[in-house]
Design a protein around this ligand. Structure first.
Ligand SMILES: Cc1ncc(COP(=O)(O)O)c(C=O)c1O
Length: 274
């Protein structure tokens, strides 16, 4: 965590940030957050992340006291104060302290700046393995702080040499624990439409490949794909070459995935130069 953070209404030393132990963010795991990164001091795609954070607050009945413009100003101040050339920014809004220890009230807002490491270069070159897990995220289209299932399950996937999980239910896939999923078959790209968080990186990929189909994708379609990749702020575009013990095609990152990775890097560069 970097030296300065925003806590409720002002910038303070991060080490002094605190939250009440009876906040339902803590006792019920009820809260929202969002996470984006800076590249050359520019908060990449900031508008999209702020819109999603504000939408998450509305959908979870939480009161966000700052407007989008005010949040953007706080973020710019934090980037300067923390000299955050390349790093992550985490906005958190807790459920608040309520009399019945259950109903959402006015929560605590924090904005932290962090170091951010991407997966090792070898993972982009060789692709990664995902472990299948029958699971549907609660309130999936909201970026809640509830990651209890994947945090618990991560011990298993690490044992199996997997990078993460791929969620499926009733024969259909949705997403990974912190990433969206795309499949490519015969040159056509598709991504699931149900039980997902609408990722900002997913949105950018759909700008780069304007023919992406957004539709239900079965688990067998995933296994039969020519290429699979995952997208996230913390991963950009990462090739997936194995699901459980089954290789995707020849087990190597495919040409369209590599093309999109290059196009995404150029998109990031252009956003920083604007
Ligand atoms: C459940 C879930 N799905 C997808 C994503 C990817 O979203 P983004 O590209 O906005 O990082 C995340 C990011 O943390 C996530 O938590």
């Amino acid at each position: 965590m970097k030296q300065f953070c925003f806590s409720n209404d002002k910038i303070i030393e991060s080490q002094n940030a605190s939250i009440h132990p009876m906040d339902i963010g803590f006792i019920r795991g009820y809260g929202i957050f969002d996470f984006f990164r800076t590249s050359g001091y520019i908060p990449l795609f900031l508008t999209d992340y702020l819109d999603r954070f504000i939408r998450s607050a509305e959908k979870t009945h939480l009161n966000l006291e700052f407007s989008k413009v005010e949040l953007a100003q706080i973020i710019h101040d934090l980037i300067q104060k923390n000299d955050l050339e390349q790093g992550g920014i985490r906005m958190m809004l807790s459920g608040g302290i309520s009399d019945n220890h259950f109903s959402p009230t006015d929560g605590s807002l924090f904005i932290f700046c962090e170091d951010l490491d991407f997966p090792a270069a070898s993972k982009y070159e060789n692709g990664v393995k995902l472990l299948a897990a029958d699971h549907v995220r609660a309130i999936a289209d909201v970026k809640t702080t509830n990651y209890a299932f994947p945090v618990w399950h991560s011990v298993n996937w690490k044992k199996e040499g997997a990078e993460d999980v791929i969620y499926h239910h009733n024969g259909f896939i949705s997403e990974s624990s912190r990433s969206n999923i795309f499949v490519i078959k015969n040159g056509k790209t598709a991504t699931p439409d149900q039980n997902i968080l609408h990722g900002i990186t997913r949105k950018r990929v759909m700008e780069l490949d304007q023919n992406v189909e957004i539709r239900p994708i079965s688990f067998s379609e995933l296994l039969d794909a020519d290429e699979v990749f995952m997208t996230a702020t913390t991963k950009k575009i990462l090739p997936v070459t194995m699901i459980d013990d089954q290789k995707i095609r020849d087990g190597k990152p495919g040409p369209k995935t590599i093309e999109l990775m290059t196009a995404f890097a150029a998109m990031e560069k252009n956003s920083v130069l604007v």
